[in-house]
Design a protein around this ligand. Structure first.
Ligand code: SF4
Ligand code: SF4
Length: 750
């Protein structure tokens, strides 16, 4: 498109009170654009000024220097054919640093700050292009649901109710999963004190009678190739071996070792991921509801499991209860009480606490005269309304609850004696019972098996890091259901331990996410977290050196590669994070409205005084997801921001290409900071690995600076959360002080 520019400056909201408006306008004209001012650009009159230029002068690229791009988005949306670029003079200049000197003059540091933001906005507008959505020639709107238990059946029913065709794949011969074996389920309505009949049988009937749902029992997924909108799925009989089988998970670290030849590939011989199966069935999205298995309780010899017949797990006890085989005196042991007396059994959680309460109820229900249920716990977790059930059970005749460490279970007749220390009663107890029930936790199905069998370059497993004990991963803060494989949405026990009621909610959420994904693919736009983004990465392959960095670092497995190592993009798997752009040493990856040249030019648009030691300049690349809104909020709180720093928003720290940092330092900047989300086990990065990757790259750049005789500390990363808005000015000040201590960049002016 031939661009016709219109640049506009708002002097309202305090901007015109602290900044020299004419000075800002000349900063724009130096950069190539004449700027008009208005006292309230977001108002009807201000918008009319812009719309008139669009209609009469054919303006199609609008620069608005006013409030943050995070606000007034509707007001400054001029329709599909018009690009709008925003410069943040309100939250990050006038409000953040806008003290008016007493003599009424304009603070020169503040003016330079504002002028730099105007230059950067104008430059951005010059370098951006109108995005064209990526559309598949044909898409499948069918949803594949893996797992025919409560979660899978609920997801299938909900998706079908919304009008989508669904196929449910269940490895067992019948639908229903573990819930078929439950005698009762937890209370789901006020006053939350009565167990309820399981609803699973009705759900199975509903699914079987639904014409939009196809059911495949005794069937497993052999392989899922392709991408959202066109997943190519091959099925097999349960247990059957196929050439697509991937026997093992391969973590990212293991991938590196395999690539170096230091480890044998456990999936060697598996068919190459690029080969599509012509007989495969097409699906638009996948709901992963493959559930959980009871955790093993072996290794607790002192509790008698495996040696005493009367010691069973909670899962085994539920079967007995369903068959009416509940004895009169039962101890429910919630914690192994061994060396680490406070610890629970592995994978224990609120559900296992609730299960103990439910099963204690069976005891007194089946033995109204002499039933005795002892719940011995270290932690009793009953969140939300479950607390009411806990209270009801506490008050029930025949149910005894105490905190305590079970140190021994010994045979006594056909039953056992349970020895408990450190109880709430203040004395140790020896309890004679007919049966002992151990609280086995709930292990997600993804912990051991790459059940999903993806035909992706990054491997067949859903997860590639050993975080969260194998739970299907997602951004735990913001995006439940999302996995790191776009178009695959996890729910139920594979995602977290849940009650039946929670599972129903969870499955409904995952079904909606699958639908959202299909419809986003249909429109050619991104799914979370950049929902609606029309851009996608474009590769200039002529200059690709097949270094494989992009294919290895993409957090979402969006890039496969060919035999030579040239990336094979799958745009509908892509979340548009830009990590591939940050990774590429050849700088050949970019987006229509976000690319190496654009950000590099914005950095160069910042004026760096080379003759004033007071005026150091520090470029801060700011993650748009948490850090940028935190900066805005800091401005809204009128926290004072350092005027030597220049904030440049980026999609994710993973998208920061090291060339920008080199450019900044060679342009005479005195320091560069990356401000982004937390990484590591408790990561908050919206793109899972972006901030972690950026940190690794920064270590390398530090080494490079060292070889040039510059202090590596001039380039650093700081982690912030969105709630850190009151701390950010101090974080920035501390970094600036470090740079001031080092003095100006010695290469300034060269
Ligand atoms: S790194 Fe991000 S932008 Fe690049 S292909 Fe992967 S998901 Fe897409
Ligand atoms: S990082 Fe760049 S050069 Fe390396 S494989 Fe990817 S596109 Fe090619």
């Amino acid at each position: 498109m031939d661009k016709v520019y219109g640049a506009y400056l708002c002097t309202g909201c305090g901007i015109g009170d602290v900044l020299d408006v004419e000075g800002l306008k000349s900063a724009a004209s130096e950069t190539g654009m004449e700027m008009q001012e208005h006292g309230c650009l977001c108002g009807a009159e201000g918008r009319a000024l812009i719309e008139k230029d669009i209609q009469e002068k054919g303006v199609n690229t609008v620069v608005v220097c006013a409030c943050s791009p995070r606000v007034m988005q509707k007001e400054f949306d001029f329709g599909e054919g018009t690009i709008t670029v925003r410069g943040n003079l309100r939250e990050q200049v006038a409000w953040a640093a806008g003290d008016k000197p007493e003599d009424g003059s304009v603070d020169e540091f503040l003016q330079e700050l504002g002028a730099d933001y105007v230059r950067m906005a104008v430059t951005r507008a010059q370098k951006t292009a109108q995005p064209e959505p990526y559309k598949l020639e044909s898409i499948s709107k069918k949803i594949l649901v893996m797992g025919g238990g409560l979660a899978g059946l609920t997801a299938a029913k909900e998706a079908a109710a919304a009008g989508y065709e669904v196929t449910v794949v269940e490895k067992e011969k019948e639908l229903g999963g573990k819930a078929l074996g439950w005698r009762k389920m937890f209370p789901t309505s006020y006053p939350y004190d009565q167990l309820e009949e399981p609803s699973i049988a009705q759900l199975v009937k509903d699914v079987q009678g639904n014409s939009k749902i196809t059911v495949k029992t005794a069937t497993e997924v052999a392989r899922i190739a392709g991408a959202p909108g066109q997943f190519n799925v091959t099925f097999k009989k349960t247990g059957e071996k196929t050439e697509w089988d991937a026997p093992a998970r391969v973590t990212v670290d293991q991938q590196d070792l395999i690539a170096k030849g230091e480890m044998e590939d456990p999936n060697k011989g598996m068919k190459k991921y690029t080969e599509l199966n012509p007989d495969g069935e097409l699906f638009g999205a996948v709901v992963l509801a493959t559930g959980w298995t009871p955790a093993k309780v072996e290794g607790c010899e002192h509790l008698g499991y495996g040696t005493l017949k009367c010691v069973v797990t909670n899962a085994e006890f539920e079967k007995l209860a369903k068959n009416g085989q509940v004895p009169a005196r039962v101890a429910f042991v919630q914690s192994p009480g061994g060396k680490d007396k406070d610890a629970d059994f592995p994978y224990c959680n609120a559900v296992t606490s609730m299960v103990a309460l439910k099963q204690a109820n069976y005891v007194v229900e089946d033995h109204p005269e002499d039933g005795q249920a002892y719940i011995l716990y270290q932690h009793m977790r009953t969140p939300g309304n479950a607390e009411l059930y806990y209270k009801a059970m506490q008050a029930k005749d025949g149910v005894f609850l105490t905190k305590g460490a079970v140190t021994k279970v010994e045979a006594k007749g056909s039953g056992a004696t349970v020895v408990v220390e450190n109880t709430l009663l203040g004395e140790d107890l020896n309890i004679d019972v007919d049966m002992v029930v151990l609280a086995a936790g709930m292990v997600p199905g993804t912990a051991e098996q790459p059940v999903i069998n993806l035909a992706y370059r990054q491997g067949p497993a859903l997860i590639d890091l050993d975080l969260y004990d194998g739970y299907a991963d997602s951004n735990f803060v913001c995006f439940p259901y999302e996995t790191r494989r776009t178009g695959v949405y996890a729910c139920g026990g594979v995602r977290k331990a849940e009650t039946m009621e929670e599972t129903i909610d969870d499955a409904t959420g995952a079904a909606l996410k699958a639908i959202q994904c299909i419809e986003s693919v249909n429109r050619g736009v991104a799914v979370h977290p950049r929902s609606g983004d029309m851009t996608f990465p474009d590769f200039f392959f002529q200059r690709c050196t097949q270094c494989k960095r992009c294919t290895e670092e993409c957090p979402f497995g969006a890039l496969d590669d060919d035999e030579k190592g040239t990336p094979l993009p799958n745009p509908t798997r892509c979340r548009r994070c830009g990590t591939c752009m940050g990774a590429c040493p050849e700088r050949i990856v970019g987006f229509a409205d976000y690319n190496i040249d654009m950000i590099g030019s914005m950095v160069k648009a910042i004026e760096v005084p080379d003759d004033d030691e007071e005026k150091l300049r520090i470029a801060v690349f700011v993650c748009e997801n948490d850090a940028y809104p935190a900066l805005d909020m800091s401005g809204m709180h009128r926290n004072k921001m350092n005027k030597l720093v220049r904030f440049i928003p980026v999609r994710c720290l993973g998208s920061v290409n090291m060339v920008w940092i080199k450019d900044a330092m060679s342009a005479g900047m005195d320091g560069v900071l990356l401000l982004g989300c937390k990484y590591g086990d408790d990561y908050q990065c919206h793109f899972a690995k972006g901030s972690e990757i950026a940190n690794r790259r920064m270590e390398n750049i530090g080494e490079t600076l060292g070889t040039l005789g510059l202090e590596p500390e001039r380039c650093a990363v700081r982690q912030v959360a969105i709630s850190d808005y009151d701390k950010i000015p101090q974080i920035i000040d501390e970094f600036v002080e470090e740079i001031v201590g080092m003095g100006p960049n010695p290469f300034k002016g060269f």
